[in-house]
Write a protein that binds this ligand. Structure first.
Ligand code: AMP
Ligand code: ZN
Length: 112
């Protein structure tokens, strides 16, 4: 755990969140500033600062996070599809430096 990381604090239960899913390695919770009618993110409980800081030993964990996205999206009512975003580094628009996968949808998707 990184002591000054807000998502580590959420994963440790020190800061509340609107939980979507939790297991021993992964947590999913709603984004506090949603960009779509449904917007949550999936994070590893382990502090990994960004996708660029992940190592080979994280392969399975990252795979699990991605595999959870469609299941949780469907449970949250996104039966018609969803968008996944991983912002990486300042140049990628990352604001919270604890790896997270945004999952959102339910509105009209903006073309990329
Ligand atoms: P990113 O730009 O990918 O680093 O996005 C960080 C996201 O975290 C933003 O969409 C914020 O709205 C969201 N966020 C920041 N603090 C919280 C919090 N305490 N609970 C839920 N979402 C948060
Ligand atoms: Zn962290």
């Amino acid at each position: 755990m990184s002591s000054d990381c807000i998502f580590c604090k959420i994963a440790a239960g020190e800061i509340p969140c609107r939980k979507v899913y939790e297991d021993s390695d992964v947590l999913a919770f709603h984004d506090i500033h949603p960009v779509a009618p449904v917007h949550f993110m999936i994070i590893p409980k382990e502090h990994i600062a960004s996708l660029a800081d992940a190592h080979a030993r994280h392969e399975m964990l990252l795979g699990r996070i991605l595999m959870l996205a469609p299941t949780l999206a469907k449970e949250q009512g996104l039966t018609d599809g969803f968008r996944t975003v991983i912002n990486t580094g300042r140049g990628g628009g990352q604001e919270v430096f604890h790896l997270h996968v945004h999952v959102f949808g339910g509105g009209k998707p903006r073309p990329m």
